[in-house]
Design a protein around this ligand. Structure first.
Ligand code: ADP
Length: 326
């Protein structure tokens, strides 16, 4: 059994819908298991500058349905230095906080891993990112909501694309991962998804044109993952315009609206289960692990694997998209 008595919770890096549901779950599961719970504002930045408040169950009332994060989030260069992390450790000691639950993406969990190793400090991570790019979990908190948001946007763009017989390149987030682009392309019935994971093997745009998408359709929608590898929607649109000046090409970059909105049922349930599992992990003396979900079961993924192993795109999904877009 663990001798941990208190948990500090923070959200860090890019925000994601469902982070509030996760904060609520860690707080309530923590309090019901006898822990003191502290909310740390503005990620590692607020940890270093001591923006900390003890939480009761009421602090997390009425937030499960809200997008964003009540704890706010930030990026913090100082935490990337040994001096900054020492300062963070001193603040935690001063408050008597003896474990952390970090909710964030790849970068935040990298910081958590370094800090945990440096100070032998127990940390459990929750995957909070719309990108779904963390290894060892089928879903990350916020991904399903972002996917649904994108799908709704693409449905709307399709109405105008069809009316004007245009080709639309729609750029979505993903930070070098194609999960949002590929899955939203399937969900919205798009013609193709241009994603960084397969750009190394083929010129996806050339392939698309060769396969004749421009001949058979009077409007087309292509989802593009933002990434220097894909060249982004603007770059691809320019290439098509240069080669096919008669084709009516438009670009839509969805941007930050993908991060907002009330979390879907899937994200709320995921965040609630993961939050409760984070408390169980601490009770069980598990440390330096990220909580994941695989085949609908909770799993503990060592930080090093979650961060360093590459989560691959599902080729069957790529094939399905291709087969259905004739
Ligand atoms: P995300 O968690 O969404 O991937 P970032 O990559 O911006 O977001 O990382 C969030 C924060 O995590 C950074 O601002 C920094 O404070 C911390 N962090 C990221 N990488 C490191 C690192 N190598 N060492 C220490 N802290 C890091």
């Amino acid at each position: 059994m663990s001798n941990i008595k208190s948990i500090g919770i923070l959200t860090s890096g890019g925000d994601a819908p469902g982070m509030n549901a996760a904060i609520r779950a860690v707080t309530r599961a923590g309090i019901s298991s006898g822990f003191k719970v502290f909310g740390i504002y503005r990620g590692y930045k607020g940890l270093i500058s001591d923006e900390i408040e003890e939480f009761s169950t009421q602090n997390v009332s009425n937030i499960i349905q809200r997008g964003g994060t009540i704890l706010k989030t930030a990026r913090c260069k100082e935490f990337e230095t040994p001096e900054g992390r020492q300062c963070a450790y001193d603040v935690l000691k001063r408050h008597g906080i003896d474990s952390l639950c970090v909710i964030g993406g790849d970068g935040s969990l990298t910081g958590a891993r370094i800090f945990a190793n440096e100070f032998q400090f127990p940390i459990v991570g929750l995957p909070g990112t719309i990108d779904n790019d963390l290894y060892g979990t089928d879903w990350t908190i916020g991904y399903d909501t972002a996917l649904n948001t994108i799908m709704e946007c693409v449905d709307k763009i399709r109405d105008t694309a069809t009316s004007h017989e245009r080709l639309f390149f729609i750029e979505v987030m993903g930070r070098n991962a194609g999960f949002l682009a590929l899955n939203s392309a399937i969900a919205a019935g798009a013609e193709a998804a241009i994603i960084p994971e397969i750009s190394t093997d083929v010129d996806q745009l050339a392939e698309l044109i060769k396969n004749g998408f421009r001949k058979s359709k009077n409007s087309s929608i292509v989802l593009v993952a933002e990434s220097p590898v894909t060249g982004g929607a603007m770059g691809l649109a320019q290439r098509v315009k240069d080669e096919y000046p008669n084709y009516d090409v438009r670009v839509s970059i969805l941007g930050h609206l993908q991060r907002g909105g009330s979390p879907t049922a899937l994200d709320r349930i995921l965040a609630s289960r993961m939050g409760a599992a984070a408390v169980d992990a601490l009770l069980d003396d598990q440390r330096n692990v990220m909580i994941g979900i695989r085949n609908d079961e909770i799993v503990y993924v060592p930080f090093v694997k979650a961060i360093q192993n590459e989560k691959t795109v599902n080729r069957e999904k790529l094939n399905t998209l291709r087969r259905l877009s004739i």
